[in-house]
Every structure is written in C-alpha cells, then in structure tokens.
Write a protein that binds this ligand. Sequence first.
Ligand SMILES: [Zn+2]
Length: 418
Amino acid sequence: MKKPLLLLPLVAALGSPFTLLAQVNPAYEVATWRQFKPAAISYTLDDNTSNQLPVAIPLFDKYGFKTTLFTVTNWAPNWAGLRAASANGHEVTSHTVSHPSLGTIPVAQQVTELQQSQALIKANVPTAKCETVAYPNCSLGDVPTIQTYYLAGRVCSGAIMPSSPPDFYNLSAIITGSTGTITTAAAMNAKIELAKSSKGWCVFLTHSIDNDGGYSPTQSTELAAHLAYTNTNIADYWVATFSDVVKYIKERNALAVAEATVSADALDLTVTDNLPDAVYNVPVTVRRQLPATWPNAAITLGTTPVPATITTVGTVKYLVFDVVPDQGPLRLTKAAALAATQGAAAVATSTWPNPFVDQTTLAVAGRFHFAVYSIEGKLVASGEGTDTVQVGGQLAAGAYLVKVSQGGKASSSTIIKK
Ligand SMILES: [Zn+2]
C-alpha cells in the first residue's frame, strides 16, 4: 500500500498567482539554480555584429557555454551561421526587425517589429523557438503586446537579478565594452562574483567584438580570459541561455514534488508544475536526503535510468538529479555503495552533455582520477585527467556509474549513453 508523506507548502517568491499551490515534500529540496550552483550567468550578444559568430562563439564553444544571439532581422543576419549556432544549442532570438526604441513608436508598429522578427527567425532558423526579446536601446514597449509573442524581455539597467525577478518583461543586463566600465576580464569576473554572493543571475550584454564596427566593442582577449575564469570556477556558476534561465525560474517556483513509499527499498516520486509543457520543458534540479538505511540510490523515469549524483552536505547524503516536470512517475531505489566513495567528501564534478551520443566531457578543476563502471559494478574504463576529459567513446548504449577521485575526496554520478 502506498503511504503518502506529509506535504508542506513551498515558500517561494511569487512569480505567478499559482506559486502558492506548489507543494514540495519536505524530504526534497528544489535547487535555486541548476545543480545547486550558487549563481546563474547568461551571455547575450546583440545586433548581429560581424565578429560575433566567427570570433566570439568559438570562445564560448570551447567550454560548452550556450549564448543568446539577439538578432535584428533586417540588419543582414548571417542566417547560415545562426542556423549552425542554433543547432549547437545557442539561442537565436529577437532584437526586432529594424531596431527602433519600442517605447517611442505606436503599438501597431511594435506589433510589426515583434511579430515579423519572430516569424523571420523561425523561418530562417528552424531550430530557433524565438521566445525572448531584447528591446533595442533598452526601451521597453507595450508589455501586453510583448506578452503576446514572448516569454520574457531584456533591458539593460546594469543590475544583477535576484533569483526570482519581479518582472520577466524587465530583466536587467550589464553592458560590456568600451561604452561603460566592464571592459576587462577582471571587471566581468567581479560581476559574476557579485551574482555568486547574492545567489542571483548575471546577464551580460555584448555588442561589438574587437574592431567589427559595432557598438561598445569588447576585446576578445578579455572575453576569453573571463570565460576561462568562469570555467575554472564552474562549480559556482550555471551558464545557460536567457530563455533557459527564465524557464528554470518559472518551473522551479511552480514545482510540486510528491512522494509515496512503495517498500523499504523503493519510493515513487512525481514532479509536476502547472505550466504549459510544450514551452516549460527544461530540467530542474532536485535533491532528496538518502533514507538512513540506503548507502546509495538509483532513479528511473519509467524504465529509463536518470543521471544522478550522490553528494554530502555536512553529514547529510543526498541524491541529486535533474528532472523535467510532468514527464511521468519516477522511482528511487536503494543501491549498493561504491566502496571507494564511502565516507569521502564530494569532489565538484560536472558532466556535459548527459545523456550523450558519442562521448561526454567530465570536468573537475585540477588533476583527477576517474573510473567508469557498468551498473553491475564492472570496471569498464579509467584514467587521469586535468580539468576535463572525454569519456564514453568506447561504451555501448546504457547507464554507467562514474567515480571521480582527487586528493582523498571522491564523488559518483550516473552517465547515460544513448
Ligand atoms: Zn541593439
């Protein structure tokens, strides 16, 4: 017999009138940002200046960071380049048709700017959803009109945003480059550190790269140095597109988590929200305290294994996993311990992509050892790495446990090869 556990209301900042309905079982915590990182960062690039695709995007791709390209559709976009960037996970979205200050033109003209830019981007970049907009010259237009077409809009008031912004149509950004004070890697680093200390969201707004003739040039050498710093400190920062962060915030604040006990060794879990699933489909990170008698745990969605990590915070062990709301029932089951990780403190590890098709990147700051095991516990790969290694190239499709160790600390996580 299933025994439902007590539900308590989620206390969260009010992003929607439905937030009060969301309930999270008290054994669970929903991460403010993906993987319980302290802060989120979005890198946005405006005006399709000519060095963005050939010079800037490779600097981000080096670390798997996904940007948002706010595109002005009648400023000769490089559609082939934007298609390639979108296929690679960058967000290609609207900066209007002709770059007018929306607040200064009639609503009918705003409709044209908002609607036609969206239609053109979707027609030219089939993988682009075009769900967000950056207001030209940071001039906010008619919000009910903007809401008809977009989930969120960006201004540039220079602030780090709180984890639950009060207005998704007035999201702040910090301009980089020669027009202001954020001209060096050190200045960009200081901004993300501020986001870390406030557990907030830092959105950078970059236009020109080097000498490409656009507004407020940012030097690619400074950008490269800043991105290296972000990557070195990746345990602290979730880097994601503007729309993914918007969706994460709304899902997180609407999330309901309910659990039922199946047996001493199994728990059933549902993770739901009240948002439209076709749009709000980014994974939210959740963690559950391991039941006292469980040394380890596995999680499945239906019969599919879900990547998960065991972490220890203080003396409490958690199973940490990402879940897209409303995808159906999940089951947590007791699993045997990986002997070498027992009692060891966790090593901060990130893996992307996961699930993966060919191989995946395992990232740990500094020198580390890794070992890959089949679910049955057989060692299938091992080696040493510094900062990042590629794993999984020789593996058959399926789920594997990866153990990372470094200086007496260890952590384990699940990777899925498709
Ligand atoms: Zn612009």
